[in-house]
Design a protein around this ligand. Structure first.
Ligand SMILES: Cc1cc2nc3c(=O)[nH]c(=O)nc-3n(C[C@H](O)[C@H](O)[C@H](O)COP(=O)(O)OP(=O)(O)OC[C@H]3O[C@@H](n4cnc5c(N)ncnc54)[C@H](O)[C@@H]3O)c2cc1C
Length: 390
């Protein structure tokens, strides 16, 4: 990863970046620069990507990199997913919803799906034919997921699903949605089940508005409505009903670490762009970098981003060796996304008025960064989880 923005930190290559991970990063960065970046403005304006880009990402090995080859994936690990997510943030096409598709949705199918389910869905996710989403949040249940009301009732060899979801990433494009439902509301968390809805094969499924967000404009985030949606009982993930909450808890460390991936990669890009800018921009007859305030600010941001990168690398190594506990993953999510917010904000300041102009990437980064402290469990919820472990 010689030319990527991470090189601004001048750290040695971490152990988890094997030769094939580094090659994947380069390949992904090239693909995103050549194929996606030229169309990105258009996607930001339309507030949605096109399906063709997903297909192309599939053809170029960017989808399901960590799924086994027998299911159409590339047989990698989270290290490979991290390389792709970092490339997305380093190139600056953060609205491309691949991270969720690859490292959140596909793993549920791999870990809890039957052989038949894996064969049916994963190869089509790897090609981009199926775009994945996970629908947990409801208008009345965000942080408190136990409050989910969406109901799945047995009806012979089908489930009938009724309920509504909101804030769902990839919500307009997704045609494979893992829906968090209650199969037995009386049992609370133990009555929660994950059921896959292939939207092209059902009636009663409706997409609501593509929500108007302050950032990540090109990522479609939507309301979803389920009105007597009938799916076969074989779409349940796991052998038995009632496993949903445990499954969610087991997958959260990777989901949270992945938010940390975007956070550290965006902080690196912000630093790299800002260092270039302040060397070039002049005021009072000298370059902005020659003011001590600029040097002190960037010295602090470089130090903190380096600390963040070393912690992130440690988390990835632990995760690929199977040892990332939920509390450390919560620390990574909360601390790295806070860091990202701070770095991007202070970098924007060094751009002066230009930093507030949308034509400068730092402006978009400022808007895109904000949600990182909210989704995937808010940073307050992360602190609650860390606090409980003390
Ligand atoms: C752009 C975007 C994309 C998203 N993508 C998805 C997706 O793909 N799938 C999905 O299911 N969801 C998604 N979400 C939803 C997201 O996960 C929730 O918004 C988040 O979990 C917070 O829930 P809430 O919005 O209901 O806030 P609330 O739970 O209402 O929280 C409001 C505030 O209260 C605080 N709070 C709540 N409980 C406590 C507590 N016990 N102690 C202290 N403070 C507390 C919160 O930290 C927050 O500051 C997305 C959201 C956004 C904005």
């Amino acid at each position: 990863m010689a030319t990527d923005p991470a090189s601004v930190l001048e750290l040695p290559k971490p152990r988890w970046v094997s030769d094939d991970v580094a090659m994947l990063y380069d390949m992904a960065a090239r693909f995103l620069t050549e194929e996606i970046a030229p169309k990105y403005e258009e996607f930001e304006k339309a507030e949605i990507f096109d399906r063709a880009s997903w297909r192309k990402a599939g053809e170029n090995g960017l989808l399901c990199a960590s799924m086994p080859e027998e299911y159409g994936g590339s047989g990698g690990t989270f290290a490979h997913e991290s390389a792709i997510i970092e490339a997305i943030s380093h190139v600056g096409v953060d609205g491309f919803g691949i991270a969720l598709h690859n490292s959140i949705v596909a793993p549920y199918i791999l870990h809890y799906g039957s052989e038949e389910q894996k064969k049916k869905w994963l190869p089509r996710m790897a090609s981009g034919e199926l775009i994945g989403a996970i629908a947990m949040t409801e208008p009345g249940a965000g942080s408190d997921l136990q409050g989910v009301k969406t109901r799945a009732e047995r009806d012979g060899n089908h489930y009938r699903i009724n309920g509504s979801k909101t804030f769902i990433t990839n919500g307009q494009l997704a045609n494979l949605i893992i829906v968090v439902t209650k199969t037995d509301p009386a049992r609370g968390a133990k009555g929660t089940s994950l059921i896959v809805v292939e939207t092209d094969e059902v009636t009663g499924f409706e997409r609501g508005r593509n929500l108007d967000k302050i950032g990540l404009k090109s990522n479609d985030t939507s309301e979803l409505f389920f009105n007597d949606v009938r799916v076969p009982t074989s779409n349940l993930l796991g052998h038995d009903e009632g496993q949903g909450f445990v499954q969610l808890m087991q997958q959260l460390p990777q989901e949270r670490l992945q938010i940390g991936t975007t956070a550290i990669a965006m902080a690196e890009r912000a630093l790299a762009l800002t260092i270039d800018y302040v060397k070039d921009r002049k005021a009072f007859g000298k370059a902005i970098i020659d003011f001590q305030n600029t040097q002190f600010t960037l010295a602090e941001l470089k130090t903190e981003t380096t600390v963040g990168r070393v912690f992130y690398n440690n988390c990835v190594e632990r995760h690929i060796n199977g040892g990332l506990d939920p509390v450390t993953a919560s620390m990574a999510k909360y601390w790295l996304s806070d860091l990202q917010g701070k770095v991007v904000d202070q970098c924007l300041q060094l751009f002066g008025g230009y930093g507030y102009m949308n034509e400068y990437p730092i402006a978009r980064m400022y808007r895109d960064a904000r949600v990182q402290r909210i989704y995937g469990g808010t940073n307050e919820i992360m602190k609650l989880l860390i606090g409980r472990s003390l």
